[in-house]
Design a protein around this ligand. Structure first.
Ligand code: ASP
Ligand code: MG
Length: 241
C-alpha cells in the first residue's frame, strides 16, 4: 500500500499541528504503508515572503522569486521529517528537484512535465517515509521553478499518478469540498463525492480548496483524490470519475 498525503499551510501552522500530522504519518507507516508526504509552507509563510521580496525589489524577478519562495516548502519538509523522526520513524526530506520533479521554465507558474521517481522509490525501499517539498520543481538549466499559488496540491497528485499510489489524500483546513465557501456561508453543502469536471467548474468559479492543475492530473490519470480535514481526519470528499 502506497499512500501520498499532502498537508497544507494551515495544517502545519504550528509545532503542535506539525506533530499531529507526523503522528498520523508514522502510524500508517507502522501499519505497513509506504508513505510519501507532500508539504506546503507553514501558515502564511508564502505571503510573508512575497511581502519581504517586495521590500527589496518592487518590480520583482521571477527566477529569484522562485528560488526564494521554494524555501518555504523546503523548511516545512525538513521540519516534518524531523517531527516524524522524533517518533522513531525513519524519514527523509527531499526538495522538488531531489524528488525528480521536472517542469517547464515558466517561473511562478511552471507545469510538471515529468517525474523521475527513482530517488523516491529508493528511499521508500529502504523503509523511509519520504517528505517532499511541494509547489516546486526543476526547470530547464537546472533552475528552481514554482507551480503557482496553491501548487502543492499538484505536486501531491502528480506524485501519486507517477508513483501509481493506492491513495492520494489532501489534508486541509476544511473537511471537504463544498458547493460554496463554508467559511463564509454556514449553509454550504459538502459533497461526499464530486466529479473531476464539477470540481474544475467550482475552481473556475473561485473555489480554492484544490489547485486546478491537480484536478487535471487526477482526471488524466483517473486517480481518486480524497480531500479531508487535517484536524479531524474524518472522511471528506472524494474527487473522482
Ligand atoms: N505555499 C504555496 C502557496 O501558498 C503553495 C501551496 O501552499 O500549495 O501558494
Ligand atoms: Mg491550497
Amino acid at each position: 500500500m502506497l499512500i501520498v498525503q499532502k498537508y497544507g499551510g494551515t495544517s502545519l501552522g504550528d509545532g503542535d499541528r506539525v506533530r499531529a500530522a507526523a503522528r498520523r504519518v508514522a502510524e500508517l507507516h507502522q501499519q505497513g504503508a509506504q508513505m510519501v508526504v507532500v508539504v506546503s509552507a507553514q501558515g502564511e509563510m508564502t505571503d510573508l515572503l512575497i511581502e519581504k521580496a517586495a521590500q527589496v525589489n518592487r518590480r520583482g524577478n521571477l527566477r529569484e522569486m522562485d528560488a526564494y519562495l521554494a524555501a518555504g516548502e523546503q523548511m516545512s519538509a525538513g521540519l516534518m521529517a524531523m517531527a516524524i523522526g522524533a517518533l522513531g520513524c525513519p524519514a527523509v526530506s527531499l526538495t522538488g528537484r531531489q524528488a525528480g520533479i521536472v517542469t517547464d521554465g515558466v517561473h511562478g507558474n511552471a507545469r510538471i512535465l515529468d517525474i523521475d521517481v527513482s530517488r523516491i522509490k529508493k528511499e521508500l525501499g529502504s523503509g523511509k517515509v519520504v517528505v517532499v517539498a511541494g509547489f516546486q520543481g526543476c526547470g530547464p538549466g537546472d533552475d528552481v521553478t514554482t507551480l503557482g499559488r496553491g501548487g502543492s496540491d499538484t505536486t501531491a497528485v502528480a506524485l501519486a499518478a507517477w508513483l501509481k499510489a493506492d491513495r492520494c489524500q489532501i489534508f486541509t483546513d476544511v473537511d471537504g469540498v463544498y458547493n460554496r465557501d463554508p467559511r463564509l456561508f454556514p449553509d454550504a453543502k459538502r459533497f461526499s463525492r464530486i466529479s473531476y469536471e464539477h470540481m474544475l467548474r467550482l475552481i473556475e468559479n473561485g473555489a480554492q480548496v484544490l489547485h486546478d492543475r491537480s484536478v487535471e492530473f487526477a482526471r488524466d490519470a483517473q486517480l481518486r483524490v480524497e480531500v479531508l480535514s487535517a484536524f479531524t481526519g474524518a472522511p471528506g470528499t472524494i474527487v473522482g470519475p
